[in-house]
Structure formats: structure tokens, C-alpha cells
Design a protein around this ligand. Sequence first.
Ligand code: BTN
Length: 263
Amino acid sequence: MQFAISEGLAQRFIYTDETGSTNTDLVAAASAGSAADWPDFSVMVTGNQTAGRGRSGRDWVAPAGSSLFVSVLLRPSDVGIDKLSWIPLLSGLAMASAVASFAESSDVRIKWPNDVLIGEQKIAGVLSELLPDLSGVVVGAGLNVYQTQAEQPVDNATSMAIQNAAPNSLDLILAKYLQSLRKHYESFVLAKGDAVASGLQAAVTRNCSTIGREVRVMLPGGEDLFGKAIEIDATGRIVIENSAGEKVAVAAGDIVHLRHNIA
Ligand code: BTN
């Protein structure tokens, strides 16, 4: 596969025809090598992932050549570790913008924290992992590009092909993603990780279809939280207001959008 445009947008660019997981590979490589070997904005891409990983311990499965599987290593300097929770949201925003540039008439939005949806159907997901020595974050994204509906692992998933928005090559959509990721990332780093000052919080909020919706949040401990999603706070948490009017800020969880209609 050719990635002539995308290669020029990365600090280091590695393409393999097949691997287990680009996230696993990039975390391992960056942990074993030096920061000079694996600089900020190192990118790994593969044509086929045999052990792709999703959020909450799920698998990420797609037929060979049907999808974009990409991981980017980010080493934001002068950004405190408490701000790194914004990185996956930043990636979701960049992917939503890349998808929207091909599917302009469609309703491309983010489901908090970083799923990309067209309407209510998922087209992309993000898995972000901190390096064990805390010196960087690997942010991995999977985008459904050429799959048919029959090739989707679940019913509420879609692809760019299904949306009549397939790019002529994976290089084109990857380049859009990397350009958007770099733009938002540079503003974020320039603001020393202040997502409010950099405009990241506002941009994610504007593009997030979860805000204003009645939701179920499946918390990591197995409990459910029900309520209305009212905002994304300054640390990237989603704030849920329950029926008693209490507000709970959630840092991690899987969201289900319940009703379309909001009061
Ligand atoms: C999710 O929505 O559950 C996140 C999916 C993330 C998948 C990508 S594909 C590239 C990278 N390598 C992985 O093993 N996972 C991420």
C-alpha cells in the first residue's frame, strides 16, 4: 500500500502489510527505543490487524484492506500528565473532521469520549494508551472505510463506502486525519495542555452529539449511571445530571445515547 502523502506528515512513518495491533507495536517500540528513535508524531499503519484492540478490553476486527488502522505516538512537552486525558478526545475530533471532509452532507459527530458516528452509527473508534514510563501517549484509531454492511461486526456500525463517501485511497483519508490531528495537537501543546485556552474543549463540545442527550453511562466498575449529558468539563470529563438534579463528572465509561429528543 502507498502512503506517499501521509508519510510526509509524520515525524517517522512505518507501514506493515500485517501485524497484530499497531497500538501494541508502537507502545513496545517506543518503550524499547529512545525518544530520538521514536519522536513526537511517529506513526504506524498496517493493512491488516490480526489482534486489534478496542476500548474496554474489546476486540477491534475488520477485514484486511478494508479499514484504516493507525497509531500515533505523541510526546507533548510542557503538558502535565493530568492533561493527557484530552489526547483521545483530540484524536476523535481529528477523525471526525477527516471523515466529514469526504462525507460532507452527512451528520458526522463524536460520541463522548471519542467514537465517531454518522447519525447514530459508529464509523471510527480510538484507543489511547500511556507509555509505561509516562513519556508519551500512543493514540490508535480504527476507521471503517471499504466494508460492506455484511462485513460490519455489529449492526450499528457503518463505513465510508456504505455512506457513499469512500476515498480513492487510504492515504487520502489518513493524510486528512494526520493534518487535523497535528493542527489540534499543536494548539493544545502551545497552550500547555489548557484545553479551554486552546479552544479544544469548545471544538470537542461543538462536535459532540452526546451533549444535551439522555444517556446511560456504563461505568468501568460495572454500574450504570442515567441522566442528561450537560457538558464536557475542563479536564475532558462528561458531566451527567441525574433526575434529582445532581451533577456527576465521569472520566471513563461507555455511553449509550437513549432518546433523540431533549428537553
Ligand atoms: C474502540 O472504539 O473500541 C477503539 C478502537 C481502536 C482501534 C484502533 S485500530 C489501530 C489501533 N490498534 C489497535 O489495536 N487498536 C487501535
